[in-house]
Ligand binder design. Sequence first.
Ligand SMILES: [Cu+2]
Length: 163
Amino acid sequence: MHIDRTEKTFFMFSVALIIVFAIAVGISGMVYGIALPTPPEGFDVNPQTVATPGVSPWGEQPPDARLHELAPGEYEVYILAQTWLYLPNRITIPAGSKITFYVTSKDVIHGFRLDDTNINMMVIPGEVSKLTATFDEPGTYNFVCHEYCGVGHHTMYGQLIVE
Ligand SMILES: [Cu+2]
């Protein structure tokens, strides 16, 4: 069977690329320890009990109390994702603040993407997704669920207000 030389080259390049990617995945997992998000030490994030007041920071009531000021200009927030909302879904911080998001889910897989930033996380039941960012520009930043999670998926959003 005759295979054109160009096609052969292209085929070999594709196979080489797959091998390079496989090696890269192996190195990132085994050498750099890149893995799925895991719960930080001491956190109970059992999806069945995580929303129960007193069990975890995601159970704090009212949900607005899940925003904690650690120091002036330094915040952390525990956001619980569930079908089809985030709690809290309205977070207000002053401009120039650094904020760490701890996000978990009590039911299915959700997403967490914050507009105009590079914050983009998968939210997995039983795990904690964590990212820190500093917001210097005042404004309203929407966060949306970008993992399809059912019929109300498109209504799942919240807002970070930087004032
Ligand atoms: Cu969702």
